[in-house]
Design a protein around this ligand. Sequence first.
Ligand SMILES: NC(=O)C1=CN([C@@H]2O[C@H](COP(=O)(O)OP(=O)(O)OC[C@H]3O[C@@H](n4cnc5c(N)ncnc54)[C@H](O)[C@@H]3O)[C@@H](O)[C@H]2O)[C@@H](O)CC1
Ligand SMILES: [K+]
Length: 543
Amino acid sequence: MISAWTAADVRAAEEPLLAAGEPLMERASFALAVQVLADLRARRRHVRGARVALLVGAGNNGGDTLHAGAVLARRGVAVTAVLTSDRVHAGGLVALRGAGGTVVDLAATPERTGAVADDAAGADVVLDGLLGIGARGALRGLAGDLVSALVSRCAVGVKSAGSERSEPADFTPTAPGGGRERERGPWVVAVDLPSGIGVDDGTLPGPVLAADRTVTFGAAKPGLLLPPAARVVGAVTVVDIGLDPAGPPAVRRLEPADVGAYWPVPGPADHKYTRGVVGLVAGTATYPGAAVLAASAAVRTGTGMVRYRGSDPVARAVLAARPEVVTATGRVQSWVVGPGIPTTRDRDDPADDGQHDRGRGGLAVAAGNLPGTSYGPVPAVVDAGGLPLLAESNPPWFVLTPHAGELAGLLRSRGEDVHRDDVEAAPLHWARRAHELTGATVLLKGGVTLVVGPDGAWAQADAPGWLATAGAGDVLAGILGTMLAARSEEIVAGPALAAEVAAGAVLVHGLAAERANPGGPVAALDVAAAVPATVAGLLEQRR
Ligand SMILES: NC(=O)C1=CN([C@@H]2O[C@H](COP(=O)(O)OP(=O)(O)OC[C@H]3O[C@@H](n4cnc5c(N)ncnc54)[C@H](O)[C@@H]3O)[C@@H](O)[C@H]2O)[C@@H](O)CC1
Ligand SMILES: [K+]
């Protein structure tokens, strides 16, 4: 698991160590230099004679960068530091000069910004040390001008909020689809974080130079995991400088071993009710495919049984694809409500096929609101057309699975003035708001998928871009339904677990998409078909 702490938590963890005289900056800068040397060796055979440009801001982030530059200069690298402030880290500057580095005082000659950017764009490596955890808002002044000038010369970066073009984030350099996309320009290493991202919320309030690698100190920061900033961090290397942040992390990311470790493996005494039964209200005559996809995914993820609820023609299509599915009513350990049913609340909608009433029934049982039945409360997945069926207040063992547009609609129905673009610009904020307003766990689908529950946030970046295809959400709903059903009682007793299980479902969905056709296009049904081998692969890791 990757855990990220806020800037305030990192500072609090640094304080006692700094007071004790621990050389944190030396540790950070030396590790940074070692990583840059490794990157240089990987990219060009000789380190000696390579050109490295340092972008240096006013704070300790610039200090780290200058000290790392000094180490590089002593190894024969031609290092040029571009100072964007007249008060840069004094010790770092002395060290760099002492090691033979060149200094360009851009603060004294701001009219040279274009020429300096040209020069930096021709370097082998650029170290972005303009801002670290002291960042407040969009990159301003000379630092902002320099980054804007470099972005326009390097073909990839974020010119302004929402217009980023870069590779998806992952903590491994070989992420699915995560090859280098920069068409030209230097290898960019962000120091602690790409300058100008929202450190704690992952927003992109202004210009940012997209990194190929981020070397971060002490612990990951939320902005490195969260969308949209996660797209501009490149491969992330966390350097241990001896910090031990207190309290729970602000954002977490599950890794495959975490999901493999808690996957329930059936034993000899298990039967379909101990493994978990999924009740599925999905699909209409207009969208029968959603029911087929969700049912296939639920079956393929290893459910005890799927009970399908819908009109006869759709049920026939589901049974033709998955004869394991039953249509009889009975005990259910998680409900999946909404894939392929209309997003209107109108009971008379002829396209509704009766699914809204079936969905309301399932959700009432899941919430524990039908005292006459012994089948609730149980977890539920509420997707697409299920979202308008939600009550004012919902239990946290309900997992809502909107994309950005659906989340904006849900929030508007609860009095917020918000649109899809707003959600995409600040997904953590709006997913948290939706959790507060509905009471439910919120899984916000996207290139990086967020899950917000009572116990904090999760950000998963497992999926290749190819997964953005029709039906992928229906498959996720089926995978999640099975995973919730398998731990139904545990989740109702401790609903914070719903978010972790939901993050695990996102991971399985993403890995299955990659397995379905590594490096190429995938179809939703093929993702479902790849789930059994994906799960076997996760279990293999725990042996
Ligand atoms: N505290 C420590 O001893 C350690 C700190 N470390 C480094 O220090 C960094 C934090 O250092 P600082 O607290 O000095 O903060 P930063 O280096 O992030 O910079 C803060 C400075 O940037 C300016 N600034 C803030 N927002 C701006 C914006 N939007 N546009 C332009 N300028 C802006 C501020 O006026 C301030 O002078 C970490 O990210 C890390 O790189 C590491 O060396 C590890 C140890
Ligand atoms: K930085």
